[in-house]
Design a protein around this ligand. Structure first.
Ligand code: ATP
Ligand code: MG
Ligand code: MG
Length: 432
């Protein structure tokens, strides 16, 4: 009897399909790290299929089952074309991609074999490869903003010559800006890895040694009192002109050793007036780029309360992770999906909590250095503070972003900071 029943049960097991068989809309994503993973987490309940181009078992691939994933590098033209062939739309989770091939796909499409023969397939690309290409070069990006006629303030900057001429060029920067100034790689940098603070002429040699082989530029030192970030959703009309730029409330970002470690919403000790100005400025900045999607605008607040744009990211961003819980009806990831697919986007983005803190979990000295922190997050409930743990399915390495914790409150940000003290101390301890 038992045997019969179990074999019958087996026969009656329902069959489930993976996303791709359902015929849902497919977004092809270049890059499958934690941003792609959280994009997949937002896409899953919405019935949107995401095809990831990245290494086998990349964090995003772990979070979404489809037979459309492509294995390879998001810098490889052939793999990108392969991805385009299975995608209705293309988007990115990282800006350091091959934009030449994206431009080619937009112009000529990719060939796809169908039952009716070979057809040319042209998935729309959002944001535009033009925007991605512009943003890849931090110097050109800011030249573009500052010459847009929209009154976008940036730090003064000059291009630095490569090779033997670099020294003369650095001298010129020192004379023009004084010391310290910031020497930056124009392309490919993240988490401050392409930046060198030049304190005086005595640093020139070391600066050239550190970055000299790369195209560089120098930036006047920005004596900021705060760093803010504003996430913006950009939508377009059918003719490709701007429809709307909708901004989330400004947040305060804390960078330690040039890597973002903490985010506070609303910013601490920043007037509503400045936070609102930041929001307005961010929409102006994003009105000057091309394509749909979410963007981050990083800014400095100077002593006199004025704002300066540091840089833009053409994708979901670390400073928007708190929106998963704080703006649950339209997190930055859901917003990316809606914008790319041209689905409705709200005109206002009002958080459902009064305050939120995001703490990055960076890998510590040992593979388990962060375990005390994740246990704390798993075991803390209620009392005017909700705690949400996000781990990215990445192996821990020192300084690597392997997860984050969002803490939300119905109290002021200062009160939430006091309640979250143990979390903040534990995060800081991992880095020591
Ligand atoms: P991300 O990971 O945000 O892409 P990145 O490698 O592109 O970082 P930047 O955003 O250029 O680096 O700089 C990293 C941090 O260095 C800034 O958040 C800020 O704290 C500091 N910084 C950058 N430029 C300046 C400047 N001109 N003056 C003073 N501090 C600066
Ligand atoms: Mg950057
Ligand atoms: Mg930055």
């Amino acid at each position: 009897y038992l045997e019969e029943s179990s074999s019958e049960e087996e026969e009656n097991l329902p069959s489930y399909t993976i996303m791709s068989i359902e015929g849902n809309t497919v977004i092809g994503l270049l890059g499958g790290g934690q941003l792609g993973r959280m994009l997949c987490e937002a896409a899953n309940p919405l019935g949107i299929d995401i095809a990831i181009l990245d290494e086998e078992n990349a964090p995003a691939k772990q979070a979404h089952n489809t037979n459309r994933h492509v294995t390879g590098s998001f810098k490889n033209a052939e793999r990108i074309k392969e991805l385009a062939a299975v995608s209705d739309y293309l988007s990115v989770e990282i800006e350091h991609v091959d934009t030449e091939v994206l431009e080619e796909i937009e112009k000529n499409g990719v060939e796809v074999e169908t039952e009716e023969g070979t057809v040319v397939h042209k998935p729309p690309i959002h944001p535009s490869w033009r925007t991605i290409r512009l943003i890849q070069d931090k110097y050109l990006q800011k030249e573009h903003f500052s010459s847009s006629g929209k009154g976008i303030p940036i730090a003064e900057q000059i291009a630095i010559e490569s090779g033997d001429a670099a020294l003369g060029s650095l001298k010129e920067a020192g004379e023009k800006f004084g010391f310290p100034f910031m020497l930056k790689a124009r392309k490919g940098s993240y988490d401050g890895r392409g930046n060198f603070k030049v304190n005086g002429e005595e640093d020139f040699e070391e600066a050239i040694k550190a970055l000299g082989t790369l195209p560089l530029y120098a930036e006047k030192w920005a004596p900021f009192i705060k760093e803010l970030s504003v996430m913006v959703i950009r939508t377009e009309k059918d003719d490709g002109t701007l429809r709307n730029c909708v901004a989330y409330p400004a947040v305060e970002t804390i960078h330690e050793d040039s890597i973002c470690t903490k985010v506070f919403m609303p910013p601490r000790d920043v007037s509503d007036d400045i936070a609102e100005k930041a929001r307005k400025l961010a929409t102006e900045v994003i009105s000057t780029v091309w394509g749909r999607g979410v963007f981050a605008v990083e800014m400095f607040v100077l002593e006199d309360g004025s704002l300066m744009v540091n840089e833009v990211a053409p994708r979901p961003h670390n400073s928007g992770h708190h929106t998963i819980e704080a703006v649950p009806y339209m997190s930055q990831f859901k917003a990316q999906l809606h914008a790319v697919l041209d689905l409705p986007v709200p005109e206002k983005l009002i958080p459902r909590v009064k305050s939120a803190i995001m703490l990055n979990i960076l890998g510590g000295a040992k593979p388990d250095s962060h375990h005390e922190l994740s246990s704390l997050a798993r075991g803390t409930f209620g009392d005017d503070m909700d705690v949400y743990l996000h781990l990215y399915g990445k192996a821990s390495k020192p300084g690597r972003k392997i997860g984050h914790i969002t803490i939300t409150g119905s109290c002021s940000i200062k009160e939430l900071e006091a309640k979250a003290e143990t979390f903040i101390d534990t995060v800081d301890k991992i880095r020591q």
